[in-house]
Design a binder for this molecule. Sequence first.
Ligand code: DSN
Length: 423
Amino acid sequence: MSANHHHPALLATDPELASFIAAEESLQAQTLRLIPSENYVSAAVLEASGTVLQNKYSEGYPGRRYYEGQQNIDRVEALAVERAKGLFGVDHANVQPYSGSPANLAVYLAFAKPGDTVMGMALPMGGHLTHGWGVSATGSWFRGVQYGVRADTGLIDYDAVRDLALAERPKIMFCGGTALPRTIDFAAFASIAREAGSVLVADVAHIAGLIAGGAHPSPVDHVDVVSTTTHKTLRGPRGAMLMCREEHAKAIDKAVFPGLQGGPHNQTTAGIAVALHEAAQPAFTTYAHAVVANAKALAEALLSRGFDLVSGGTDNHLILMDLTSRGVAGKVAAKALDRAGIVVNYNTVPFDPRKPFDPSGIRIGTPSLTSRGLAPEHMPVVAEWISRAVDAAAKGDEPALAVVRAEVADLMAAHPAPGLPLA
Ligand code: DSN
């Protein structure tokens, strides 16, 4: 049966667009998705995200709106807020940021003025654009100073972070990032931020689900603000949340609305509420630990095949592979892997001699495959496929990629993904 049958109104109204969505459903079903910031939301999250809540404007906050007719919307948002507070153990949660970048921008608006010094991890070291990197508004409207990892270990150098923080006294300091395979020491960052007089923000977008499931330490007792997207390991719709202690609640809320955004996306808020409910169940704790167990097993299997992993392995959901020693660039490998049905992204590695658009590494992770029920015993074959595809990329061996693609599709067929129509 065609996946189109699952969207009958769309198929009738706009068959062209419906065919694109059906094709994407097939692609997501048949491929091994290893991008560590992606996942599969549940059917319940998908349903909540595609409702008449879409039709409503709700500028303001529950009980304090600028539009009438909020009887139900207020309940939806209040439920999402309560669930976020309960799950993460925070005083205050704002569930309105449209995504991670606007959430972080709201933090700047709340605590800094243009030109102030801000500090974060450099993007090529594993940070994020919005942590003060030059090409981002946060690095041009603010004076970004950046820390990195040690060349010998691939680990954050907390002594260097402290030296930089005490020399620069940043108004805001970010910890967290997008390519960090190791546990973040929030207590160490907190002690540095206290000494430097900085507002400390933990951007836990990548690891929010691991924190919720108890598979990574929580920053909540250490930092001023927690920023997260909702669609990565947390397995919700595309959106974001800002969480903080009561003392910062007003500043955060004012920065999100009316400081930065207009009406919240209520359909997304509903999806977030469902995802938070799911993340509070015992099964999600099992999921979060399984994500890490799979990543560790995959790292071991890759190391045994001779791959170089930044920091030598992983503590979380993410693995950063430096392909230099395999004689193939990250982008060439990523594109070959894509043809082999394995979806990754090319990525800089720390101290990368190559350019960001053509870097030395690829970034992979286990949130999506774990959502499909893959377990550590499957990771040796995943590593074998990656190895065969990378070698095929180096040799330009297209038939070898097609063979891997067929093997991947077989395993994926045996492990249907949540939220996707069965083929
Ligand atoms: N784009 C996200 C990621 O892939 O990590 C970060 O913003």
